[in-house]
Design a protein around this ligand. Structure first.
Ligand SMILES: [Zn+2]
Length: 300
């Protein structure tokens, strides 16, 4: 037990009690308004063919924290693996607010990017319209080379700065290797990451599917990958970051409720990291990526 709770947790507790009182006193329909939850669709760019690049951003407008926790949910990087789950989650997030209240009351910001590669989603293609695999374009030390990845990273970096938010957790939805993949741990704080990756995998097994496997990319596909989104957030911000590989779009959509419950349980992990372990999030200092790359391996 922490005898000297941080100023953040005190503020959060006061806000939370106020919110609980509000929930008690006002009818259900007014709760979202009373909590001042803002859900916005923001178009942050266009693809070469003119399709919108957009995000659903959810957060509470009145909060008192100097640093806000942020989580990032992405999908549709590979158009042929698009499952539609992130889009559905974006619609549901209001209705399921009771599981997320502590996170949002804490000043938490949730970003949902349903289609990072909209041209690929429409054509059911792994690549963008220029034939580029976007999940090999996220490298520390250089800006992403494609319009989709470049505008995405630019937006999120600026928005996190604007909101004084710290990225704690990121999940990138793919298909169809039935697994939860985490980055290779090189940090000195390896116990923190190992424990939290294990915890998050176990929560996934509890809520989504007990038969899915977990590990680093090499464990799942037999070889390593470079330039993936999950490794990018881990290296850049020290975030807990994953590639989720579903079963197939139809079967995975039938597990939507499980995914929402998983995310509710993840919010507790995020709030705990934010309150007690923020200093453990350790970005890796990386050398700029080499220009030369091996062949594209069609995984993750
Ligand atoms: Zn993929």
């Amino acid at each position: 037990m922490n005898l000297f709770p941080s100023i953040y947790s005190i503020i959060r507790t006061i806000s939370f009690l106020g919110m609980a009182l509000a929930v008690f006193l006002i009818p259900d329909t007014a709760i979202a308004n009373k909590l001042k939850i803002e859900k916005q669709k923001i178009v942050y760019g266009k693809t070469k063919s003119g399709k919108d690049l957009y995000v659903i951003r959810v957060h509470k407008t009145d909060h008192k924290l100097p640093i806000r926790p942020a989580v990032l949910v992405t999908g549709g990087v590979h158009g042929n693996e698009y499952m539609g789950l992130v889009k559905e989650m974006g619609k549901l997030i209001d209705q399921t607010l009771p599981g997320f209240e502590e996170f949002f009351t804490s000043g938490g910001v949730m970003y949902l990017f349903p289609e990072l590669n909209p041209d690929g989603v429409v054509t059911k293609n792994r690549f963008n319209s220029k034939g580029f695999d976007l999940n090999r374009d996220f490298k520390i030390g250089r800006a992403p080379s494609q319009v989709e990845t470049n505008q995405f990273v630019n937006f999120i970096e600026k928005d996190l700065d604007k909101f004084h938010a710290r990225l704690i957790l990121a999940v990138d939805y793919h298909c169809c290797a039935k697994s939860l993949i985490y980055p290779e741990i090189k940090s000195k704080k390896s116990n923190f990451y190992k424990n939290h990756f294990d915890k998050i995998v176990n929560l996934m097994k509890t809520h989504v599917d007990p038969n899915y496997v977990s590990g680093v990319t090499k464990d799942i596909f037999g070889h390593a990958t470079h330039g993936t989104l999950k490794a990018y957030w881990y290296k850049k911000y020290g975030a807990l970051s994953f590639t989720y590989e579903g079963e197939n779009p139809k079967r995975e959509m039938s597990k939507l409720e499980g995914h929402m419950n998983w995310w509710k349980s993840l919010m507790n992990v995020v709030v705990d990291v934010y309150d007690n372990r923020l200093a453990q999030l350790t970005p890796e200092v990386q050398k700029p990526a080499k220009a030369l790359e091996g062949p594209t391996l069609y995984t993750e």
